[in-house]
Ligand binder design. Structure first.
Ligand code: ADP
Length: 622
């Protein structure tokens, strides 16, 4: 086939531009990325050859070779991995943008310049990072099982060409024509130290040609392996330095910072495996993208089987990065069959326990570190309350909330809340809303505050589901301050006094489930509450904001404060003349007031304004 010139996909052009212009301070990461691709390519052919032995073509001496040509000013990274066909070269290196690319570019455009390198790092720049160091890149590749090779050439400006080529054997050579300011990578020492820094643990040998002088002063060129190749998770715990962990974690996560906690252990007994897990300190940038890669790297006896095995941890621990190397799983079955293996389920249970226990230990011993982790990722952990029944208690112990008794920004655990409960209090109070300020002003907690009771203040959308699912903690029911009947009942005298008025309002305000008296209020005249089990007002507002107009709207209960002068005034109008139209008007004003107080929207704001204006006009005439 003849040579063709093709255009990069638009998003790739944008990405290239951004990478070249904002990552210059981390220029050396291109070597890490290319070595990582080479290593992946070797893993792929090794895995494929388990069932298709012929792909090896007799060559299973896995190797990644780096050759610096000072005269030509080029650096070549070669591997004997799976290789790419002509079509694959076009697809992988030019036309198909990675999933999530669009979202990534949008995030980049919004981020300020300082944050960009971090975002790019988290996305994983891959092959394109070579254009940070090179103004021309040539890729020659021959796919396993194919007789011919193909050559891909580009200056990273918008086009690339593809043509037929020759290559002895399977694999890929990536040749970078280094830019003037990257010529230091022709230097052996720079190559060695960069490989050591980023790719030391890569399990395949990374080799350099070095000149050796023999006994008789004769010179010869020999290959020297420059990485230690020791899979870091197989080393003894005490043998791995913190710096090594940090580099390995960065490689796995594309994070620019160190992990907040490292979990390194071997499981023995019923099932044997080694695990190296990292708990990130920060929410990854791709956290909310559906296409983001999740899951752990799964190795079986050092052979990489899958790099995003999602079945190893429950979804609510999807922020964990790491590696599992299992001894007993079958090697030569398809990934689909493997994913359903009961052994994998056992590993998952073990890993989940380990992570939850580690978090608990962190919470008990390093509360500051735990709190800062929790602020970033606690919201994901909360999903577990809803989905992992077996671990509900453990998860409940990991939850932290603000409360009416904490300073703004300080968090307490449920255990601490229970410790501080007053005598006779047998429920844990909470209220969900948009912000601490709004919840604190809510009429629903006036009386509780008055009695000195602590109320947990929850502000995450997920809290509504999570707390409902939790139901209780250590035998104490979790009780929403704006749901169900108030703890103290209204005294009989009041009930008798307001009986007629309530009956009348009940009939008139038909959009309400009930109108009743309340002991929940102190300074406010009225509030709206939901029946227990119904969707709360906060959730309803969220649903509406998300455009979910089909969400069922549960009828609410209007509670009136029998001791409030406005309610007493309403009652006296009613006593004088039950048919006075002002009874309904005033009740509607109280209803609207209650909506405003909880942060909801008034349905008919024009009528509300009119009612208030009428009152104003009348009052002014006095
Ligand atoms: P990523 O590695 O994150 O998928 P890259 O842009 O680095 O993204 O690479 C795109 C694709 O090109 C890879 O997924 C892989 O299929 C292919 N590729 C890159 N380098 C090699 C290589 N050395 N050998 C075989 N395939 C490769």
């Amino acid at each position: 086939m003849s040579a063709e010139t093709l255009q990069f996909k638009t998003e790739l052009k944008q990405i290239l531009h951004i990478i070249v212009h904002s990552l210059y301070s981390h220029k050396d990461i291109y070597l890490r990325e290319l070595i990582s691709n080479a290593s992946d390519a070797i893993d792929k052919v090794r895995f494929e050859s388990l069932t298709r032995h012929e792909l090896l073509e007799g060559d299973s001496a896995w190797k990644i070779k780096i050759v610096a040509d000072k005269t030509a000013g080029t650096l070549t990274i070669s591997d004997n991995g799976i290789g790419m066909t002509r079509d694959e070269l076009v697809e992988n290196l030019g036309t198909v943008a990675k999933s999530g690319t669009k979202a990534f570019i949008e995030a980049l455009q919004k981020a300020d310049a300082k944050e960009r390198p971090e975002l790019i790092g988290q996305f994983g720049v891959g092959f394109y990072s070579s254009f940070m160091a090179a103004d021309k890149v040539v890729v020659v590749s021959r796919a396993a099982g194919q007789a011919t090779a193909a050559k891909w050439t580009s200056d990273g400006e918008g086009e690339f060409t593809i043509e037929d080529a020759e290559r002895a054997g399977r694999g890929t050579d990536i040749t970078l024509h280094l830019k003037e300011d990257s010529k230091e990578f022709l230097d052996e020492w720079t190559i060695r130290s960069t490989v050591k820094k980023y790719s030391d643990y890569v399990e395949h040998p990374i080799v350099l040609d070095v000149e050796k002088t023999g006994e008789k002063d004769e010179k010869s060129i020999v290959e020297e392996t420059i990485n230690s190749q020791k899979a870091i998770w197989l080393k003894k715990k005490s043998e791995v330095t913190e710096a090594e962990h940090t580099e390995f974690y960065k490689h796995l996560s594309h994070d620019f910072e160190a992990p907040c906690k490292t979990i390194h252990y071997s499981a023995e007994g019923i099932i044997e495996f080694k695990a190296l897990l990292y708990i990130p300190g920060k929410r990854p940038a791709d956290f909310l993208w559906a296409e983001a890669k999740r899951g752990l790297h799964l190795y079986i006896r050092r052979v990489l089987i899958m790099d995003n095995c999602e079945k190893l941890l429950p979804p609510y621990l999807r922020f964990i990065k790491g590696v599992v190397d299992a001894a007993e799983l079958p090697l030569n079955v398809s990934r689909e069959i493997l994913q359903d293996s009961p052994l994998l389920e056992k590993i998952k249970t073990n890993l989940t326990n380990k992570v939850l226990n580690t978090l608990d230990e962190m919470k008990n011993k390093e509360i500051d570190a735990y709190t800062s982790f929790y602020r970033e990722l606690g919201v994901v952990l909360k999903e577990g309350l809803n989905s992992d029944w077996g671990n509900r208690e453990k998860l409940a112990d990991l939850m932290l909330y603000e409360s009416t008794k904490t300073e703004a920004g300080k968090l307490i655990s449920l255990a601490k809340y229970v410790e501080g409960m007053a005598e006779g209090q047998d429920e844990i109070y909470y209220l969900i809303g948009e912000s601490r300020e709004l919840i604190e002003q809510s009429p629903h907690i006036e009386a509780l505050k008055g009695q000195g009771r602590e109320v947990l203040l929850m502000t995450e959308p997920i809290d509504e589901f999570a707390v409902e699912a939790l139901g209780e903690y250590k035998g104490k029911k979790l009780r929403a301050a704006d749901k169900g009947a108030p703890e103290k009942s209204v005294d009989d005298e009041q009930k008798e006094k307001y009986k007629g008025l309530l009956e009348l309002l009940q009939g008139r305000l038909s959009d309400l489930k009930e109108v009743r008296l309340s002991t929940r209020l102190k300074d406010s005249a009225a509030c709206l509450v939901s029946e227990e089990g119904d969707m709360g007002a906060h959730m309803e507002r969220l649903m509406k904001r998300m455009g979910r107009t089909d969400a069922p709207e549960a009828k609410r209960i209007l509670e009136l404060n029998p001791l409030h002068p406005a309610v007493e005034a309403l009652q006296s109008v009613f006593t004088k003349d039950a048919t006075d139209p002002r009874v309904e008007t005033y009740a509607r004003i109280l209803h609207d007031e209650a909506l405003i107080a909880e942060g909801s929207k008034i349905k008919d704001s024009l009528s509300f304004a009119k009612r208030i204006n009428d009152l104003l006009a009348k009052d002014a005439q006095k």
